[in-house]
Design a protein around this ligand. Sequence first.
Ligand SMILES: [Zn+2]
Length: 703
Amino acid sequence: MNAETAISAAALPFAVPTSRWDDSVAGTLSPAELLLYRSNLLGSDLTVTNFGGGNTSAKLTETDPLTGEAVEVLWVKGSGGDIGSMKLDGFATLYQHKLLGLEQHYGGPDDDDKMVGYLPHCTFNLNGRAASIDTPLHSLLPFAHVDHVHPDAIIALAASSGGEAATREIWGGKIGWLGWKRPGYTLGVMLRDYVAAHPGVEGVMLAGHGIICWADSAKACYEHTVQLIADAANYLNAKLAGGPAFGGRAVAPHPDRAAIAADLMPRLRGCMTGVRRKLGHFSDDAEALEFVGSVDFARLAALGTSCPDHFLRTKIAPLTLDPARLQDDAYLAEQIAAYRAMYAAYYERCKRPNSPPMRDANPVVVLVPGVGRITFATDKTTARLAGEFYGNAINVMRGAEAIGDYIALDEQEAFDIEYWLLEEAKLQRMPAPKPMVGRIALVTGGAGGIGAATAARFLREGACVVLADRDAAAAEEVRAGFARQFGADVVRAVACDVTDEAQVKAAFDFAAREFGGLDVLVANAGIASSAPIEQTTVELWDRNFDVLAQGYFLTAKHAWPLLKRMKDQGGSSVVFIGSKNAVAAAAGASAYASAKAAANHLARCLALEGAPEGIRVNVVNPDAVIRGSKIWDGDWRKERAASNKVDAGEELEAHYRNRSMLKRDVVPEDIAEAAYWLGSDLSAKSTGNMINVDAGNVQAFTR
Ligand SMILES: [Zn+2]
């Protein structure tokens, strides 16, 4: 039996967490630090909670800065952030007696939004961290330490028709059950009243949502939470052990699924027109393959997700595609159009008189039997997280179906969360995204001076970048540096020798699979050589033409199918890094200069051919960019120094500086600036052009 059939033999199990509490660490901490320690332990354990999910609190005695009196203060995870990585400043701090006093302003469920506005009035010690809408869940419960989490095994119970019975079976009466209610003040009141009516309960399952539980100390609360999750996971694993999940397998994982995704993603992305372009994220992990290949897949996928956390990231429902029709562009366009129509109909059915206008109607999650899960968003991190949240939703469905029927979030409830006015206000306050957010650039020679500077320029404006370089180790080093600076999601490195067509093709497939397509190609990989005509061998001639002419041809050729997909979204751009020598004759470097001239002419031909496809093609002609250049590290430097009768150090740089009309050095960032301008919409009306970045050289004037 191979690994792929093993997937169908038994359902994937739920992870069973164990306590990671360390008394030797905890013993040194203050009460507030203990809350942080417990929160970080829970949040950094992916078996406990998903990204950003859940919140924790402690009611602590503090000294009032104004009166000097001891007061009870609620420390509760504030709005935004992630309990796994938060610091102490991630907690909101509020006077507990003021929070309890808020109830005089509460008249019923319609007041939930109004109650949010009172929370800042309860702030203790001028703490600027905003309190989240879950704050009443913590303040209204009469317990010192409270945890609220949404691990998959818990939501699986919470989102199953068999969940309430299972809750009784697992915990007896110790854990209660409260029907679905959207987070807010009303849920807090319901929870408090439930607990008052059920003395002795140690926690409450919140249907369709998660769990809330409590204890008298930070350690007891943490261990209680972990134990409840472990109980749920063990219970579900016992139920799942009997056979395959989701009714068994209908479609086996395709052995070429990664290649299928690379082919499919740019074509889907091209159909997803809207305000901003999409970034894609592909996953063929075991949970995705088990689900999309299962007998119950179509029925369950149509139901959408349950937990609000999942739903907000993944939209009302995924788009599912027929794997037999992926090659058919008309089919893909129809499916995207049908999804948008479905979303618009949902908006029309559910909207309230004061609802914000409809947002982007494109699908976020696309599922393909045998292939896996593809998610799209306007930035890579959001696309990746949407995929991970759908993975959580799959786990929830697997568990929920093992003990009953999976219950998705009610459509109107889903809409009211998605279009909640306070959430809309938060969206409106967000700063405008950077201009290149949603764009994907591939830079050949990405590990070199000009290549890395150009990549950095695009990354700084929000683009995702693939660094393609013959030197895989150097490209990886540059990638790691950019990952620290700009985040690991937005940059990738791939080994690519531009003289090898298979490697070039593979680099673009890689870009398509990692990010979903391509908007900008910067063809930059180059070499340089210097020799009088009589010493120019055929090998030297061919080497220059292989890299500088054929290399540019091959990269443009294989970028083309990806670039032309963006025609309906404002088009795409190719930037060739040329050379002064492409337009100005050079003595003693005829092979290099001729090959560069060939590439520049290729750019003009492609500008003509690309225009109907929305592809612009332009050239930057640098001269004498010495700093950071791999070309200038080797023989070329010595050869040019000898040819110009100066030493190969500062004299050579001074020689070039003084030769320029402006008497200035040209550095990689200068070339990057021109490449950025040509690659971005700033130059949307320009094609077939050359920009000289050479500090002025009369021989290179175009005419
Ligand atoms: Zn929650």
